[in-house]
Design a protein around this ligand. Structure first.
Ligand code: HEC
Ligand code: HEC
Length: 98
């Protein structure tokens, strides 16, 4: 093999390895979970975590429960069961009855 071909082969191989790495990483995050990319610690306790998101959008029944129920986690009960376990009292915005 000429030196040029060796270099080309090496480049091809490293590109292939990079592609495989990207594919692997994208597989490990759960596409059904929009907050999977947020570290758990931040999502639960962070100042801009789930509590902030809920208080900001005020519509968890629309933006959170549907998917959680589909994933078998449950609606508000799922939220509050963790709050109870953590010994905190959280008032979750309620769907207005109309
Ligand atoms: C795995 C545990 C867990 C789950 C599940 C959970 N929470 Fe929380 N939540 C917490 C903790 C812990 C806090 C306190 C935040 C902190 O530690 O700073 C909190 C705080 C909150 C707050 C802010 C309260 C305040 O006054 O600042 C809201 C609002 C809230 N949660 C809504 C929800 C909703 C809605 C869901 C379900 C869609 C949910 N939470 C699910 C653990 C959880
Ligand atoms: C499209 C789907 C989807 C939507 C929308 C969604 N979630 Fe989730 N959520 C999940 C899945 C799946 C899990 C369980 C995976 C896990 O345990 O990390 C989860 C887990 C959680 C947890 C517990 C995390 C933990 O580490 O125990 C909290 C808190 C939470 N969601 C809050 C919310 C809040 C608040 C909203 C709305 C603002 C919301 N989610 C919207 C899919 C969703």
């Amino acid at each position: 093999m000429k030196p040029k071909r060796i270099v080309r082969t090496l480049i091809t191989l490293s590109l292939l390895a990079a592609l495989l790495a990207v594919l692997y990483i994208s597989q490990t995050s759960d596409p059904s979970n929009p907050h999977a990319s947020i570290p758990e610690e931040k999502w639960i306790h962070g100042p801009k975590g789930h509590g902030y998101a809920v208080k900001n959008n005020q519509q968890p029944w629309k933006q959170c429960y549907e998917c959680h129920q589909k994933e078998g986690l449950g609606g508000e009960v799922y939220c509050q069961s963790c709050h109870n376990q953590s010994g905190i009292k959280v008032v979750i915005p309620q769907k207005p009855s109309q």
